[in-house]
Ligand binder design. Sequence first.
Ligand SMILES: [Zn+2]
Ligand SMILES: [Zn+2]
Length: 248
Amino acid sequence: MRTIKLVADLHIHSIGSGHAYSTVTEIAAAAREKGLSLIAITDHGPAMPGGPHPYYFGNQRVWPRKIDGIRILRGVEANIINEDGELDLDQYYLERLDIVLAGFHSQCFPATDVKTCTKAVLNAMQNPFVDIIVHPGNPEFPLDYESVIKKASERGMPLEINNSSFCGSRRGSAQNCHEIARMLAVYGGPVVIGSDAHFAWDVGRFDNALETVAAAGIKEEQVLNTSAEKVLTYLGRKKDILISYEQE
Ligand SMILES: [Zn+2]
Ligand SMILES: [Zn+2]
């Protein structure tokens, strides 16, 4: 079986998250070493204890578009904070960012039943500024996979297979990630593989997630981060990122 080659890591935390330990420049250098061409810095939203103030996200515009030849996307991993699928960052900021990940974190959403969690995710997917639903395999937030994966595939909303879910984060996720991957292979919706690195050395670490995706029979065309152009075109559906890259 041919291994899928990934060129972009769209889920990375910098020191801005409050519990991650590398700077943007260290992350860019690590990405370059791993042979990536595109990364997104997606620090946790403001509701996370120790997370940045909303102002942090507004000021990401001071980052250069490229560091060491690596394209840097300005992003957030926003918290889904209620069953209406609302996020912990206002539209004012969301629309200024290149990429918005959305997901559950126990510090920001009281873990509850399948019905509530599923409703929250389905509603979050309706938000036009949400680009990717992250770590849906977290067993703390049980989901009706059938309806989430069906809806995500219909809407073209990528679901993340998160590599750190296999390496000690969100214990008990692995089984769910396998199930999600199998269903994504059936429904054919888009998939993103993210490292969720909280330290530069983990940037571009995709091994477990890649194995899962391959074992499930997900097609290479389904995986968004196999091509920088594919990522930028998808994100560009709402903004002119591609144009701004061409200009700079
Ligand atoms: Zn974190
Ligand atoms: Zn997360």
